[in-house]
Design a protein around this ligand. Structure first.
Ligand code: 5GP
Length: 193
């Protein structure tokens, strides 16, 4: 069992409806020592990919992406879920249905920050149905840039996102893949990697 799987077993809470709560260490209160290990692990798994930018989605992807970016020494771009006055009209956009919030978000990235020639590593905390990731890959494609890899902290393998992205040929690496989880007894089973 790896360091993240151990932590999920220790502090993760399985909720009814197929939701895993990891707010005590990953996406509410953030354990920076754990984040650094995640960043190091992504650096190891995507070694040699010549990445020049990391892309994620607000809000909970930002912490993991920022710490990972430190290991690659590249900037982090995050897709916004709300269109603010700070964004001009020159944007790439895509739609993603949120598994946790049960609504469709339009996510946007300002065109000046992503262009042809960029070699992008996409990072996020969770992969469930793959909606958020598909929207991010669409934005990279709209820019004419290249997705060099996708790094996920926790993939819920019982939902279709992972299979969908792998079948499209993306190099997808998840540090922990959950095959089954049960809210009755808080049990979680991980896929052997
Ligand atoms: P997807 O688009 O793959 O269905 O879901 C990805 C997004 O939903 C992630 O960015 C994450 O914020 C959220 N998410 C999906 N499943 C879970 C879950 O079980 N627990 C938590 N905390 N977030 C989840």
């Amino acid at each position: 069992m790896n360091f993240l799987e151990e932590r999920i077993l220790k502090d993760g809470k399985v909720k009814a409806g197929g939701v895993l709560k990891v707010g005590g260490f990953l996406n509410h209160l953030i354990d920076i020592t754990l984040m650094n290990k995640i960043g190091e692990e992504f650096k190891r798994r995507f070694e040699g990919q010549e990445i020049n930018k990391i892309l994620t989605i607000e809000a909970s992807g930002i912490a993991i992406a920022a710490i990972t970016a430190n290991y690659f020494n590249v900037p982090v771009l995050f897709a916004k879920k709300t269109q603010t006055v700070n964004l001009d009209d020159e944007i790439y956009s895509a739609q993603a249905y949120s598994f946790t919030h049960k609504r469709t978000n339009t996510i946007v990235v300002q065109k000046q920050f992503l262009s042809k020639g960029d070699r992008v590593l996409i990072i996020d905390d969770f992969l469930a149905n793959g909606e958020a990731l598909m929207a991010l890959t669409s934005i990279v494609e709209q820019a004419g840039a290249e997705v060099c890899g996708i790094g996920i902290a926790i993939e819920k393998g019982m939902q279709p996102g992972g299979d969908k992205l792998r079948s499209k040929g993306f190099k997808l690496e998840s540090i922990a893949i959950i095959d089954t989880m049960d809210s009755d007894n808080n049990s979680i089973k991980f896929r052997e990697q």
